[in-house]
Structures are given as C-alpha cells and as structure tokens.
Design a protein around this ligand. Structure first.
Ligand SMILES: *[C@@H]1O[C@H](CO)[C@@H](O)[C@H](O)[C@H]1NC(C)=O
Ligand SMILES: *[C@@H]1O[C@H](CO)[C@@H](O)[C@H](O)[C@H]1NC(C)=O
Ligand SMILES: *[C@@H]1O[C@H](CO)[C@@H](O)[C@H](O)[C@H]1NC(C)=O
Ligand SMILES: *[C@@H]1O[C@H](CO)[C@@H](O)[C@H](O)[C@H]1NC(C)=O
Ligand SMILES: *[C@@H]1O[C@H](CO)[C@@H](O)[C@H](O)[C@H]1NC(C)=O
Length: 409
C-alpha cells in the first residue's frame, strides 16, 4: 500500500518534471522558424542583430510580418542606425494573432493592430499601430496607421502558424514609417555619467568622471555599450581599495565594468560565457564570465560573483545594469584571491563545484583556462549549492521514476 502510494507520487513527480522540461522546448523560436526559408534570411538575421528575436520568443499571441530579402535590401539601402532598423522591424510584429484565415475574415473588413514598436513606448501618437484592411479580390493590405490611408504592403503567404501563440506571415514590402526610421534620440546622445548618476550609480559615475576611462566609455556608446555599474553601497565600500591602485589600474578597473557591445537582458541570458571587456587589451585579458543563476544573471570574476540586480537603461545601443558588487579582476588583485573558506563549506565545496561544472548544468559554463576553478571559492559555494539543489531535484525525480518503472515490471 505504502509502496503503491510512493510509486504514484513518483509517477506524478516524473510526469511533472517531463512536463516542465518539455514546456520550455515548446515555446516558439522565431530564428528557427525562419531558418527554413532562405528568402527570409535577411529579415531573420536582423531580428537577431537587433535583439528582437528573444523578445518575440518571449511573447505569445503575436504575428510576425516578414519581408523577403529584396524588401530587406530596400530597407538596408537607407543606411539607418541599428536602433532605427530595430524600430522599423518592431513595427512588423503585431501584438495579436492573425493567421491567413483570420486575416481574410476581419470584422468589418478592417482592424488596427498594436505592434511591438508601440509597446516600446518610443512611438508617438498612433505611429505604432498597423492598419489591416481586406481589399477587393481577396487581398489583404497593411499600412502604418499614420500613412495617410495609402496601402503600403499586401499579404503574400502564411509562413507558419502555431495557434494562438505565433503566426508568421510574409508581406510584400517593408511598412514605411518616417517615425520609426528617424534616428531615435536615444541615450547615445545623453551624457553617460549623468545617466548613471541619475539612476542609482552615483558613486561609480563620479569615479568615472575623474578618470580617462570616461572617454573610453563615451566613445563606445554609439557603436554599442553595456555597462555593469556597482550600486552606490558596493562602490563606496570598495573606494579605499580603488584609491590604492595605480593610475593604470584605476582605469582598467573602471573599464572592466563595461563590454563593447549592446546586450539586452535576454541577450545576456542566452549568451553565457567568457566575455571581453573595455579593459581587454592584447595580453591583458580582463575577462569575466556571464552566467545564468536561475532567473538571475551573474557576472563572475575569479575573485567575486556579482549579480545583476536592476536594469537602469536598456535602449539600443546602450544598456546599463546595476550590480550588487564591484567586479574585481584577478589581473589587479592577484593577492586578493579569497583565503581558505570557513571549515563547514570546505567539505561541500569540491562536490558542489564539480556538479556545477558538469555538462548538463543549465548555463553551460565556459571551460576556458581563464575560468579555472581555483579562484572563486568563497562566492561559488553559495551559488553552486543552489545549482545542486535544482539539479538534485530533477535527478531525484528521474530516479524515483525509474524505480516506478521497475515496480511495474
Ligand atoms: C504555446 O505557448 C505555450 C507557452 O510557451 C506552450 O505551453 C504551448 O505548448 C504552446 N502551444 C503550441 C501549440 O506550441
Ligand atoms: C533558437 O534557434 C536558433 C537556431 O536554431 C538557436 O541558435 C537559438 O539558440 C534558439 N534560441 C532559443 C532561445 O532556444
Ligand atoms: C484603415 O485604413 C482605411 C483606409 O484609410 C480606413 O478606411 C479604415 O477605417 C482604417 N481602419 C481602422 C481600423 O482605422
Ligand atoms: C556629463 O555630465 C557631467 C556632470 O554630470 C559633466 O561633468 C561632464 O562634463 C558631462 N560630459 C559630457 C561629455 O558632456
Ligand atoms: C593599500 O596598499 C597597501 C600596500 O600594499 C596595503 O598594506 C593596504 O592594506 C592597502 N589598503 C587597502 C584598503 O587595500
């Protein structure tokens, strides 16, 4: 009796864990969907470049209006900034589900669809809406709402439909929008240190202002920059050590807190691994490792693991995230590798970090030499235990499930 109850529980746990595993693979992946259509490859490429792809994957009940490579070259010939291309393409993602059938059966023959461009908040007035109209002869027309009633593109074909999560259709050309194409007066034109100051990284901003590193930051904003600024408390506590550094060391430490590309949070989550920083220069590695920890994103050096606690700015080409700790590069603080940890964690540490490094771990940590396990003992203990608990749960379910199968035989 008890055995049977346990077996039932095991079966429930097992099917639950299968459900959890498979539901994450069920979510649509626009990159994979479009990859099957070579004529849409440029559109697909730019969804990735503009980081719209992860945003599309995150949403449900949407319609992506793709255009073929010819349509994309018309857009690209305008030599827009990547931010403007992102705006234009986000106008092609409707926040409702329209497959071929629904398009041809629109109530009263016309509908207004909000787009992802509208959702960014940077579209003025009705510029973020697309007007869909059933035309004579069974055609369906698309135009931006601010297009003066001129139909600018027509429905070509249905590419893929997964009701009611995502419909991918092809339309005849890019929807024109002077609003979306205008180079957004984005944060690139704002003063970086002023932005940092205003959003909770005042101490870091003041430190940066007094250092040549400021120019390195400013000169990278336009082409893409992601800043990881330590919050005020963390930075204040670190200042005595900072003041102890050489001039060169100070500059490197500050430049270690940014990477020379724009990365959205979903982008960081999907590109875990060893990363160059602004301080990276030839033999001077100044790497850190981006690694997911559950739903958080952590930045690991050999000495410290910091966590992203807040998104201050995320607007291409600039992203600014707040960290709970200062990133301490081993290049400047070799002597600061943590001393042997307290007795209790020691017993657990080797097991934990071994598990943490095993291939099925969710984040797939980088195994480059610079990521040798020796350093980050103190910080890794806590994180690894978390990861072990997670893995352990799933592992336990499988064991129980196997045992259930065994009982059935
Ligand atoms: C739709 O999306 C949800 C959540 O991602 C998923 O559970 C469901 O299986 C998807 N439906 C289809 C038909 O893929
Ligand atoms: C989506 O598919 C592409 C191409 O197959 C792959 O590189 C990418 O990692 C996938 N993204 C997710 C979130 O699964
Ligand atoms: C869409 O545009 C057409 C043509 O300008 C117009 O007649 C129709 O009312 C518009 N639909 C909506 C929902 O605004
Ligand atoms: C940015 O603003 C700060 C004051 O917050 C000022 O000292 C600095 O000179 C400004 N930098 C630029 C490039 O305008
Ligand atoms: C600064 O450097 C000196 C000499 O290396 C060292 O003794 C001192 O502890 C350092 N101070 C801090 C706050 O790191």
């Amino acid at each position: 009796m008890q055995l049977r109850e346990a077996a039932t529980a095991a079966a429930v746990v097992l099917s639950l864990s299968i459900f959890l595993l498979s539901s994450s693979t069920d979510a649509h992946n626009i990159t994979r969907i479009l990859a099957k259509y070579p004529e849409l490859s440029t559109f697909n490429h730019y969804l990735t470049v503009t980081q719209l792809a992860p945003e599309i994957n995150r949403r449900e009940t949407i319609t992506v209006c793709a255009v073929d490579n010819g349509g994309m070259s018309d857009l690209l010939s305008k030599h827009l900034t990547i931010g403007a291309i992102k705006n234009v393409l986000s106008l092609h993602v409707l926040l409702d589900y329209f497959d071929a059938k629904k398009l041809h059966q629109i109530t009263d023959g016309t509908a207004l669809a909000a787009t992802m461009y509208q959702a960014t908040g940077s579209a003025a007035g009705s510029a973020g809406f697309v007007n869909i109209t059933d035309l004579k002869g069974g055609k369906v027309g698309f135009s931006p709402q601010d297009n003066g009633g001129v139909v600018s593109a027509t429905f070509v074909k249905s590419v893929e439909a997964i009701p009611y999560n995502i419909s991918v259709i092809q339309i005849s050309s890019i929807l024109p929008s002077s609003e979306a194409e205008a180079p957004a007066p984005g944060p690139s034109e704002a003063n970086l240190t002023a932005l940092l100051s205003a959003h909770g990284c005042k101490v870091f901003a003041e430190t940066l202002l007094a250092n040549p590193a400021q120019q390195t930051f400013e000169s990278n904003v336009e082409s893409g920059l992601t800043v990881f600024c330590p919050g005020d408390d963390a930075m204040k506590a670190f200042l005595p050590k900072y003041k102890n550094l050489t001039a060169d060391g100070k500059q490197s430490l500050l430049e270690y807190h940014a990477i020379p590309i724009y990365q959205s949070l979903p982008g960081l989550k999907s590109s875990n691994g060893l990363t160059n920083t602004l301080a990276t220069d030839g033999a001077r590695q100044f790497h850190f490792t981006v690694q997911n920890d559950g739903t958080d994103v952590t930045i690991k050096t050999k000495i410290v693991t910091a966590k992203i606690v807040n998104t201050l700015i995320d607007e291409q080409p600039l992203a600014i995230y707040e960290l709970n700790k200062v990133l301490i590069p081993v290049e400047l603080f070799k002597g600061a590798l943590p001393p042997a940890p307290a007795p209790a964690p020691v017993a657990d540490a080797p097991k934990a970090s071994k598990k943490h490094k095993s291939p099925p771990a969710p984040a797939g940590p980088s195994d480059s030499p610079a990521d040798a396990p020796d350093g980050d003992v103190a910080d890794q203990t806590a994180d690894s235990n978390g990861a072990v608990r997670f893995d352990g749960g799933r592992f336990g379910a499988v064991i129980l499930g196997l045992w259930f199968v065994f009982l059935q035989m």
